[in-house]
Each structure stands twice: as structure tokens, then as C-alpha cells.
Design a binder for this molecule. Structure first.
Ligand SMILES: C[S@@+](CC[C@H](N)C(=O)[O-])C[C@H]1O[C@@H](n2cnc3c(N)ncnc32)[C@H](O)[C@@H]1O
Length: 483
């Protein structure tokens, strides 16, 4: 899973835990949380702030070092406006709010959020939101924190875990939209600043917003946030921003107005357990954002032994060892995982990067006599490389297994289909996996009779000879089988 607030700039130190610049003074506390500005909401007792949004250049686009001073006159107070908790977003503004807004499941924690317009509406429009978390992190969770030489803390399994197992769910302490750079109506234009000064200005503004959010947290949550690692002490990030950039995991789906997959389409979330998972390019867990429970779910991507460290990948799987370590620079370490140490790993990953995922659509229209065998061979080859590289959490695994499974079903080959079903069944985090996949793990299962491809199954020979039979088998097109 992508991590948020990735970037590559370095600069002068600000000590961890020191007050953020121009942080507003705290107002009296309400319940366990403090609110620096704003009225109490009549429904939830919470307060909400709206802050004017300014354009923002992401840190990941920045390459500068060290910290650049922003000229005097740019250090203005943030403009915050009160807004009733029950109301939706205001275009052009960002809001500080707490999720779930109302009806939080008893005893479950809430998350402080910095949202752009539209994010609240995503959640308000979700039927049944919020759902209770499954395997919520707690005393019974099969995990524990332990010191790892040279890495700080890490998370370890306390018992053996099965591939596909949901190890724990954790609601974030804080979710922040990427690209938060609020100012006020009296804020001078940043156009006269150099790019580096603009980036520094944005970092300073984010620090101020995070200070407001921290003031809204109860003491326990605030302490949990401040205890997280900061790998950005010297790059111009304030202490709160440094923590967010070190620990943030991508939260997709909350920016409907932004093109999916682009940097600003994500928010970033942190929490005390999930943020302790160290990186490996051959990771054994996969964090997955679950919107209905507003939580991160952490799945085992392969069997994990008791006392083994849980690791996730902070960066995309693709790329050579050198390239991956380039991308990891902002986290301030050099990866020493099994793949990074294996001189043959680059060749395996480059084969995967350069070859297309096996495509059912391509197979359907492939009328060469051995199209089925070729597709299945390629699926086997790619799966072998993926497993050899410890990339069971990669999206490619699903594509490969799903293509091979479907072809086997279409050929009436339950024996091989069941082997692929077993591989798909461990990919619990991927919404594309059909819920009934477990019933295909037994090759004698009745489930095969009910599969739409099986019902129309052709004998292997016909499929090998006639691609039109394949089209008919999956109900594509209206070509007759004989002509
Ligand atoms: C999200 S935190 C992970 C938890 C962290 N180890 C801690 O003590 O809280 C990310 C930071 O942990 C350290 N880290 C993570 N993976 C590492 C690895 N494979 N090797 C060395 N340091 C690592 C780096 O300092 C990185 O910036």
C-alpha cells in the first residue's frame, strides 16, 4: 500500500515535540478533547473548523535542501470559521472534523480529520456508515511491539498467521488530505516566492493545521501521535508534519473530485500500531483501507511464523533494487530485505515489470491454436516470480490467478482451477475477489456446476482450436460456433 506524504527534501532541524510555529493558544477542553477555536456542536459536542484552501505543491515534487526561510510577512494566522457539524463541506475550504460524525460504535475510537470539500459527503452518503471494526486492535491481537536493531520499533506476530488472515483493524488517530495549505484572506500571494520558499511556506502552514488538530485530540491520542517516529527532523518539516510524513499511509476514496491514482487523490492516515510496521520490498502484510469501518485492515499476504516481524512495502513493487532505494530515501534508510540482497532479484522484477499481466480479454480474441497453454504457462511463470520475490501483496497476483482460474474453469479443469482458487482465496484485501471463491478450493465442489463459464464449458480441444468457442463460453459476441 502506498504511503502518504512521501517526498525527498532535507533541511534544518526543529526538535521533535517543540511547539509548531504560530500555533494558536488552546481554548478550554470539552470532554476529553480541547478546542482552540469554534463553537460546540449541538449533535456531537464536537467542533468543526473551515479554513480557506490555498494551492499546494506536494512535497514529493520538491527537491530542496536545506530549509529555506520564508520572508517576513508570510507568517499569517490561519483563518478558521465555525460550522455546524451536521452540515456538509464548503467548496474551496478545508474542514477539521471528527469521524465518525455521529453514531460511533460504542467504545470505538474516533479520528481527527483534515478534509477538503467533498470528503464528508463521501462518508455521509455511505449506507450503514460506520460499521464496527472487525478484529479491532486490542489485547487479543496477535501482535506485539519490539525494538529492531537499526530500525526503531517494529511489529511482530505473537503466533503463526495464515495467508489471507485479517490480523487487525485500526482506526487512524489522524487523517489529513494531501495538499493542505490553508491561509487567510489577508495572506500575501506566494507567487513572489521561489519554489523552495513556496514549499517551505506550505510545510509551515501544514504544521499550523496539524497543531490545531492535535489540540482537538484527547491527551492519550496526542501522546500516541507524538510518540511516533519522525524521520524528517532536518528537512524543513515541523515536528508534527515530520511525523505525518514518516508514518502516513494512503487513504484512498475520500477525494471524489480528484483523478483517482494521482497524488492528491489520497489522504494520509497514522496510528500507533499500523505506523510501526517497518518496510520490506518482500513484505508479508498488506494494509488495506476499509471505508465502511473507517479503518486500516492489515492482512497476512503469506503464512507468517510466530515471532516473525510484520513488514509492508512503502513504495511501489516495481523497479530495480537501486530504484526502490532511491524512492525510500525520504524515509532515511537503506533496505536490506531478502530481495535487496539477492543479486538475481532485479532480473525477476524486471521480467514482471516488462511483461503485461495475463489478460482474459486478450486470450478471448487469441485464435492461435495453443492460446490456452500459452496463457496458463505465462500465469505459472509470473506467479512463480511473484512468490519468489515475496510480492504476494502485489495487485499482479490477483490478475494472474484470476486469469488462470477462469481459463481452467472454462476448460472444465477443476483440478487446476482449484489450485488457482486457493491462491485467490488468500487475497482477502482485494475487492475484486469474488466472495464465494472459497467454495472453489475443493475440485469436487458443486460450485463448479454453478459457475457461468463451467455451465457453458467446452472440451479443451474445442477451446484450443476455436477462439469463437471461448467467446461463446463467456457470452461475448454472437458468433456461431460452426460456420
Ligand atoms: C513508519 S515508521 C516504522 C516504525 C518505526 N520503526 C518506529 O520506530 O516507529 C518508518 C521509519 O522506520 C524506519 N524503518 C522502516 N523500515 C525500515 C527498514 N527496512 N530498515 C531500516 N529502517 C526502517 C525508518 O526510520 C523509517 O523512516
Amino acid at each position: 500500500m502506498k504511503r502518504g506524504f512521501l517526498n525527498s527534501f532535507k533541511a534544518n532541524a526543529r526538535p521533535l515535540g517543540s511547539p509548531a510555529p504560530s500555533a494558536p493558544t488552546a481554548a478550554p477542553s470539552v470532554g476529553t478533547a480541547k478546542f482552540p477555536i469554534g463553537k460546540q456542536n449541538i449533535v456531537t459536542g464536537h467542533k468543526q473548523f473551515f479554513i480557506r484552501k490555498f494551492s499546494y505543491v506536494t512535497g514529493s515534487q520538491a527537491k530542496f535542501s536545506p530549509r529555506r526561510e520564508v520572508p517576513k510577512g508570510y507568517d499569517r494566522k490561519l483563518m478558521a470559521k465555525e460550522r455546524d457539524q451536521r452540515l456538509g463541506s464548503v467548496p474551496g475550504m478545508i474542514s477539521l472534523t471528527r469521524v465518525p460524525f455521529v453514531n460511533a460504535v460504542d467504545g470505538e475510537p474516533t479520528t481527527e480529520c483534515i478534509f477538503h470539500a467533498g470528503s464528508k459527503e463521501v462518508l455521509m452518503g455511505l449506507p450503514g456508515f460506520p460499521q464496527p471494526m472487525v478484529n479491532r486492535v486490542g489485547k487479543k491481537s496477535p501482535i506485539r511491539l519490539k525494538e529492531v536493531p537499526g530500525m526503531g520499533l517494529g511489529l511482530f506476530a505473537t503466533r503463526g498467521l495464515k495467508a489471507g488472515e485479517l490480523i487487525f483493524s485500526e482506526r487512524p488517530l489522524l487523517v489529513a488530505a494531501q495538499g493542505v495549505s490553508p491561509g487567510g484572506p489577508d495572506m500575501p500571494s506566494t507567487r513572489t516566492l521561489t519554489l523552495e520558499q513556496q514549499l517551505q511556506f506550505d510545510l509551515d502552514q501544514l504544521e499550523k493545521v496539524l497543531a490545531l488538530v492535535l489540540e482537538r485530540m484527547c491527551d492519550e491520542d496526542k501522546a500516541a501521535y507524538m510518540a511516533l517516529k519522525n524521520s524528517h527532523p532536518e528537512d524543513g518539516s515541523g515536528p508534527l508534519t515530520g511525523i505525518m510524513r514518516t508514518n502516513g499511509l494512503a487513504v484512498p476514496g475520500l477525494r471524489p473530485e480528484v483523478t483517482p491514482g494521482t497524488a492528491h487523490a489520497f489522504c494520509s492516515g497514522v496510528r500507533d500500531m499500523i505506523s510501526r510496521v517497518n518496510h520490506s520490498c518482500s513484505p508479508n502484510v498488506r494494509p488495506h483501507w476499509n471505508m465502511l469501518t473507517f479503518s486500516f485492515q492489515v492482512f497476512a499476504t503469506r503464512d507468517i511464523a510466530a515471532d516473525e516481524e510484520l513488514t509492508s512495502q512503502y513504495i511501489p513493487f516495481e523497479g530495480s533494487t537501486a530504484r526502490r532505494n532511491e524512492l525510500l530515501k525520504p524515509y532515511d534508510f537503506v533496505c536490506t530485505c531478502a530481495s535487496c540482497k539477492d543479486p538475481e532479484s532485479d532480473a525477476r522484477r524486471s521480467y514482471l515489470a516488462e511483461s503485461d499481466a495475463p489478460m482474459l480479454s486478450k486470450w478471448l480474441f487469441d485464435d492461435t491454436p495453443n492460446a490456452n497453454a500459452l496463457l496458463l504457462d505465462e500465469c505459472r511463470r509470473q506467479m512463480e516470480l511473484l512468490e519468489r520475490e515475496g510480492m504476494e501483496g502485489a495487485s499482479r497476483c490477483f490478475q494472474v490467478a484470476a486469469a488462470a482460474f477462469t481459463v481452467c474453469v472454462a476448460r472444465g479443469d477443476a483440478q487446476n482451477a482449484s489450485e488457482w482458487a486457493r491462491k485467490i482465496a488468500r487475497i482477502r484485501w482485494d475487492d475484486r475477489v469474488m466472495p464465494e471463491i472459497d467454495s472453489f478450493v475443493d475440485p469436487k465442489s458443486n460450485a463448479y456446476e454453478g459457475h457461468h463459464m463451467w455451465q457453458k464449458k467446452m472440451d479443451g480441444g474445442a477451446l484450443d482450436k476455436d477462439h469463437r468457442a471461448k467467446l461463446a463460453a463467456v457470452g461475448v459476441g454472437s458468433l456461431p460456433l460452426e460456420d
